[in-house]
Design a binder for this molecule. Structure first.
Ligand code: KG4
Ligand code: ZN
Length: 349
C-alpha cells in the first residue's frame, strides 16, 4: 500500500495531502478565497505569490498531521494541468524538488482526474466503469471512466462552466464571491418556479439538441435580462433575490441531472459520481439522488471538503497511476490547458 504526498496549486487553494491507498492521512488546504473575494474573482498573479508563501508551511503541516516522515513517503505528485500557469508552477516545482531531494518517484497529475478520484475517498471499493459528472468553476464535463487513464469525454459545456455561471449570476445580484455557496443558501428560501429560465440546450446541425452538451452563457444572460426587467417594472421594490437564485439553480440542476442520467442510461453504466466545487450544491445533490433512485442508478457525492479543490484527490489519482507502474519525467512541464483524454501524455512511454 503506497503512501503518496500530493500538492495542488492549480487555482486559489494551496493544498497538500498524504494518502495511503484510498485513506486520507492528512489534507491541508490553505485557501486564498478571502484575498480574491476583494477583486470578485481569482487574480492569477496574486494567487502565484500566495502559493509561494503558503507551500512550505502546508507541506510541513501535512507531514505532521499524518504522523509520517519522508522515509514513509513512496511517491510525490503535483497537479501539473490544467490551471493557472504561475499557480501550477509553484506546486509542480515544489513536488519535483522534493522528489529529487528525497529520491522518490514523481508523477504529474491532471486536475480533473483528481476530481474524478475524490469519489474513491468516499467509497474505497469503487471501481470503473462509472460516469463522472464534473462540475467546477472552470469545467463542466460528463466523462465515461472505463479505467485509470481511460476516459471518454461524453459531454461538456460549450461556454461557461456551471460554477462560473453561479459566480456570474451572484455578481449580477451583487452577492459576493464565490457565488455558488451564496446562491445555494438563498435558493433554499426562494421559489424555484418563480421565473422560467432556459435550461442551456445546445442545438445540433440537422435539428434537435445535443444529449449531453450544455450552454450556460445564455442562462446567465437570461438572468441579466430578468433583473433589468424587474428593476424597470418596479424601480422601488427590492429584487426578489431568493426567487431569482432558486429559479437559476433549478435551471442548472435540471440541465445537469438530465444529462448525467441520460449518459448513465445510454452507456449502460449504472454508477454516477459527482466531482468539482458545484458537487457541493444542495439542489444538485437532492435533484440527482431523486432522479437516480427509481432508475436504480447509484450516485456518489464526495463530502464537501473533497468536492472543492484539495490535494487528497490528487494523491488518490496519483496513487492509481503509481500502482499501474506509471511515472512522470522530472522534465514534465506545467500545461494550463489540457483535456482529460490526454492524461496518458503525462507519463513516460
Ligand atoms: O472545484 P472548485 O473548487 O475549483 C475549480 O477547479 O474550479 O470549484 C469552485 C466552484 C466555484 O465556481 C463555486 O462558486 C462553486 O464551485 N461552488 C458551488 C457551491 N460551492 C462551490 N456552486 C454551487 N453550489 C455550491 N454549494
Ligand atoms: Zn477543481
Amino acid at each position: 500500500m503506497a503512501i503518496a504526498l500530493a500538492i495542488e496549486t492549480s487555482c486559489d487553494e494551496t493544498a497538500v495531502a498524504i494518502v495511503k491507498n484510498r485513506e486520507v492521512l492528512s489534507s491541508v488546504v490553505a485557501s486564498q478565497m478571502d484575498i480574491h473575494a476583494e477583486y470578485g474573482g481569482v487574480v492569477p498573479e496574486v494567487a502565484s505569490r500566495h502559493h509561494v508563501e503558503a507551500i512550505n508551511p502546508a507541506i510541513a503541516q501535512a507531514l505532521t498531521e499524518a504522523q509520517v516522515n519522508w522515509d514513509h513517503i513512496d511517491v510525490v505528485s503535483a497537479t501539473c494541468a490544467p490551471g493557472l500557469m504561475g499557480a501550477l508552477l509553484t506546486g509542480l516545482t515544489a513536488a519535483k524538488t522534493l522528489a529529487m531531494v528525497h529520491g522518490k518517484p514523481f508523477l504529474g497529475t491532471h486536475h480533473l482526474e483528481g476530481h474524478i478520484y475524490a469519489s474513491y475517498l468516499t467509497d474505497p471499493q469503487l471501481q470503473p466503469p462509472f460516469v463522472c459528472l464534473l462540475v467546477s468553476g472552470g469545467h463542466t464535463s460528463l466523462i465515461a471512466v472505463r479505467g485509470c487513464g481511460d476516459y471518454e469525454l461524453v459531454g461538456q459545456t460549450r461556454d461557461d462552466a456551471a460554477g462560473e455561471a453561479f459566480d456570474k449570476v451572484a455578481r449580477l445580484l451583487a452577492l459576493g464571491y464565490p457565488g455558488g455557496p451564496i446562491i445555494d443558501k438563498l435558493a433554499a428560501t426562494g421559489n424555484p418556479k418563480a421565473f422560467r429560465l432556459p435550461e442551456g440546450r445546445v442545438s445540433v446541425p440537422g435539428g434537435g439538441f445535443h444529449p449531453y452538451d450544455t450552454s450556460f452563457s445564455g442562462l446567465k444572460t437570461a438572468v441579466r435580462y430578468l433583473i433589468e426587467r424587474l428593476q424597470k417594472e418596479q424601480p422601488d421594490a427590492p429584487l426578489p433575490v431568493e426567487d431569482i437564485a432558486a429559479s437559476f439553480q433549478e435551471a442548472v440542476v435540471k440541465a445537469l441531472v438530465k444529462r448525467a442520467i441520460a449518459a448513465s442510461q445510454n452507456l449502460n453504466i449504472p454508477t454516477v459520481v459527482v466531482g468539482g466545487g458545484v458537487a457541493a450544491n444542495s439542489g444538485l445533490r437532492a435533484g440527482l439522488a431523486a432522479a437516480a433512485e427509481p432508475l436504480e442508478i447509484r450516485v456518489i457525492f464526495p463530502p464537501m471538503k473533497f468536492c472543492t479543490d484539495n490535494a487528497a484527490m490528487i494523491a488518490c489519482a496519483a496513487s492509481e497511476h503509481f500502482a499501474a507502474g506509471r511515472r512522470s519525467p522530472l522534465t514534465l512541464k506545467a500545461n494550463s490547458r489540457m483535456g482529460i483524454t490526454q492524461v496518458m501524455e503525462l507519463y513516460k512511454p
